[in-house]
Write a protein that binds this ligand. Structure first.
Ligand code: F6P
Length: 548
C-alpha cells in the first residue's frame, strides 16, 4: 500500500465517502440556508461557488487535513523557490516566475531568473511592436499582415486559447493563425488565402524536435522560398521560440530571430513565456502584461491564502474527493462564454498530460484513481448534445461551469438567456426531480394514470451531481490570466495530494517513437512483416491501396 493510502486522513475520507454517498445535496441545501456562505470564495477575478458538491464542513476539514498530511504547503513553497520538484527530469517548475510582477529577483542555482524573464519580455515587447506597427517588413518591403504560429500541444493550445478568448481586445492590426496538425489539410487551408510577402511564421517548439511541427515548418519555408526565389527571405519571415537554439539555427532560423525559453517551463504551462508571442502580436504587449498580472495575482493568492480560503487548493481537493473517493471517472469543463470555446481543449492537455499517470513519486503503482478524463464543450452547445448524459446516465460527471456576468459582446437579450441556462443547469444537476414529484407534475397536467405509469420512470432525474461555478465579472486579459492560473495551481496541488509527478510526460513518448519507425516502414517499398497482426495488416493495406 502506498504512503498516501496509509494516512489517517485518507482512511477517514474513505469511510466518510461511504456515509456521504447516502446523502443528497438537495437535503443538505434544505437543512442549511447558509450552505452557499459556507462554501464559496470571492476573489478579485471571480466568484467561486463550490457549495453544489456532496460535501459537509466535516468533508472539507478531512480534505484540508489530507492536504496538510501531504505537506502541500511545503511543496508549494518548494515550487515558488525553484527547487527541482520535477524529479524525473531533474528540473525546477517555474512557470510562476514568468508572470511574477513583484520585481523581487528570483535566484536559482546562482542565476537571476527574473533578469532572464524580463529580458525575454523586452524582446517580446520590441518585436511584437515592430510587427504590429509595420516596422518589421517582409522580403519585398511590405508590412506583415498575417502571422502563422506553427506548434503543437503546449506550443499551440495555450496561445490559441488565449487569442480566441481575447479576440475582442485585438485591434486586428495583424491576423493570427495557428497550425498544429501534421495533416496537410490544415496548413494548406490556412496558407491558401495568404500572401507570402505579408506573412510571418513563428515556429514554436520547446524541443525543436517535434516531427509534426518540423514538417509544417518545412512546408511553410518551401511555400515562402518558392514565392521569394531567395532563401534569404527566411530571415524576414521566420522566427522561432525554443529552448533548443542549436536545432532552430540548423533548421535555418537566424539566431537573432530565436526567442528563448527554458527547461524550467513545461510546454503546457508556457503561454506566459515567448510561446505567448502570438498573443502579444495580436493584442499588443500591454494586454499580454495584463494577462500575466492576472496570473500573478492568482499565484499570490495560491501562495499566501490559508488552505481553507485557497481556491486552487479547494478545487484540487474537490477533484480528489469526487474522483478518488466518490469514484467519478471524468470531469466536464463547461464554459458559458463563447470566448472560452478553446478552454476545454487547453485544460485537457494541462490536466491530463500532467496528472494522467498511475505510479507515485517512488515509481510504485498507486491503488487509487488519479486524474479524471477531462472533456466538455461550450455550455449551450453541450446542452443540446451530451447534457442528457450528465443528468440521467448512471455515471456521475462532476462539472465546472464557467460564465461571466457581462458579455464581451452584448447583443440584446442574448446574455440573460445564456446565463439563465447556466444557473438552471447547476440547480437541476444538484436537485434533480424524484418520481413522486414527476408523478404529481404529470397529474397536475391532467395526464392519465396509464400515461403517468409509463413515462414517470423516464422523467426521474436523480440529481446529486456535483458542480463548481466560476462566475467572472467579464472576460478580460487580467481575469483570464487569473482563471488559467487557478487551474494551473489546482493541477499542481492535485499532483501533490495524489503523489503524481505532474511535470513530465513520458506517456507520449512510446507512440512517438513507434510512429517514427512506422514512417520509415511506410516509405520502404516492401510490405512489413513485423508488428502484431492487426497493425501489420493495417499498414500493409494502406501501402497496397496507396500504391495502386
Ligand atoms: O505532446 C507531448 C509534448 O511533448 C507536449 O508536452 C508539448 O507541449 C508538445 O509535445 C510540443 O512539444 P514542443 O514544444 O517541444 O514541440
Amino acid at each position: 500500500m502506498s504512503a498516501r493510502t496509509n494516512l489517517p486522513s485518507w482512511k477517514f475520507l474513505q469511510d466518510h465517502a461511504k456515509s456521504m454517498k447516502l446523502h443528497h445535496m438537495r437535503d443538505l441545501f434544505k437543512n442549511s440556508d447558509y450552505r452557499f456562505n459556507d462554501f464559496n470564495l470571492k476573489l478579485p477575478a471571480f466568484l467561486f461557488d463550490y457549495s453544489k458538491n456532496l460535501i459537509t464542513k466535516e468533508t472539507m476539514q478531512g480534505l484540508f487535513t489530507l492536504a496538510r498530511d501531504c505537506e502541500l504547503e511545503l511543496w508549494r513553497e518548494k515550487m515558488f523557490k525553484g527547487d527541482r520538484i520535477n524529479s524525473t527530469e531533474d528540473r525546477s517548475v517555474l512557470h510562476v516566475a514568468l508572470r511574477d510582477r513583484s520585481g523581487t529577483p528570483l535566484i536559482v542555482d546562482g542565476e537571476n531568473l527574473t533578469e532572464k524573464v524580463n529580458n525575454a519580455l523586452e524582446q517580446i515587447n520590441e518585436f511584437s511592436e515592430k510587427v504590429r506597427t509595420g516596422q518589421w517588413k517582409g522580403y519585398s518591403g511590405k508590412r506583415i499582415k498575417d502571422v502563422v504560429n506553427i506548434g503543437v500541444g503546449g506550443s499551440n493550445l495555450g496561445p490559441q486559447m488565449v487569442t480566441e478568448a481575447l479576440k475582442h481586445y485585438s485591434d486586428n492590426s495583424v491576423r493570427v493563425h495557428y497550425v498544429s496538425n501534421v495533416d496537410g489539410t490544415q496548413i494548406a487551408d490556412i496558407l491558401r488565402p495568404l500572401d507570402p510577402e505579408n506573412t510571418l511564421f513563428i515556429v514554436s517548439s520547446k524541443t525543436f524536435t517535434t516531427t509534426e511541427t518540423m514538417t509544417n515548418a518545412q512546408t511553410a519555408m518551401k511555400w515562402l522560398v518558392t514565392s521569394a526565389f531567395d532563401e534569404s527571405a527566411i530571415g524576414k519571415h521566420f522566427v522561432a521560440v525554443s529552448s533548443n537554439k542549436v536545432n532552430a539555427c540548423e533548421f535555418g532560423i537566424k539566431e537573432e530571430n530565436i526567442f528563448d525559453m527554458w527547461d524550467w517551463v513545461g510546454g503546457r504551462f508556457s503561454l506566459w513565456s515567448a510561446i505567448g508571442l502570438p498573443i502579444a502580436i495580436d493584442l499588443g504587449f500591454d494586454k499580454f502584461i495584463e494577462l500575466l498580472e492576472g496570473a500573478h495575482e492568482m499565484d499570490m493568492h495560491f501562495k499566501n491564502a490559508p488552505l481553507e480560503q485557497n481556491a486552487p487548493v479547494i478545487m484540487a481537493l474537490l477533484s480528489v474527493w469526487n474522483c478518488t473517493f466518490l469514484g467519478s471517472q471524468s470531469q466536464a469543463i463547461l464554459p458559458y462564454d463563447q470566448p472560452l470555446h478553446k478552454l476545454t481543449a487547453y485544460l485537457q492537455q494541462a490536466e491530463m498530460e500532467s496528472n494522467g499517470k498511475s505510479v507515485n513519486w517512488q515509481g510504485k503503482e498507486v491503488d487509487y484513481a488519479t486524474v479524471p478524463s477531462i472533456w466538455g464543450e461550450i455550455g449551450i452547445n453541450g446542452q443540446h448534445a451530451f447534457y442528457q448524459y450528465l443528468h440521467q446516465s448512471n455515471n456521475v460527471v462532476p462539472a465546472d461551469f464557467i460564465g461571466s456576468v457581462e458579455s464581451v459582446t452584448p447583443v440584446q437579450g442574448h446574455h440573460d438567456t445564456l446565463m439563465a441556462n447556466f444557473f438552471a443547469q447547476t440547480e437541476a444537476l444538484m436537485s434533480g426531480v424524484n418520481e413522486q414529484q414527476v408523478r404529481e407534475d404529470l397529474k397536475a397536467k391532467g395526464r392519465t394514470q396509464e400515461y403517468i405509469d409509463k413515462v414517470a420512470p423516464h422523467k426521474v432525474h436523480k440529481g446529486n451531481r456535483p458542480t463548481n461555478t466560476i462566475l467572472l465579472d467579464r472576460i478580460e486579459p487580467k481575469s483570464l490570466g487569473s482563471l488559467i492560473a487557478l487551474y494551473e495551481n489546482k493541477i499542481f496541488s492535485q499532483g501533490i495530494i495524489l503523489e503524481i509527478c505532474s511535470f513530465d510526460q513520458w506517456g507520449v513518448e512510446l507512440g512517438k517513437g513507434l510512429a517514427n519507425r512506422i514512417y520509415d516502414e511506410i516509405k520502404d517499398e516492401s510490405l512489413v512483416a513485423n508488428h502484431d497482426s492487426s497493425t501489420r495488416e493495417l499498414i500493409n493495406y494502406y501501402k497496397l491501396i496507396k500504391a495502386k
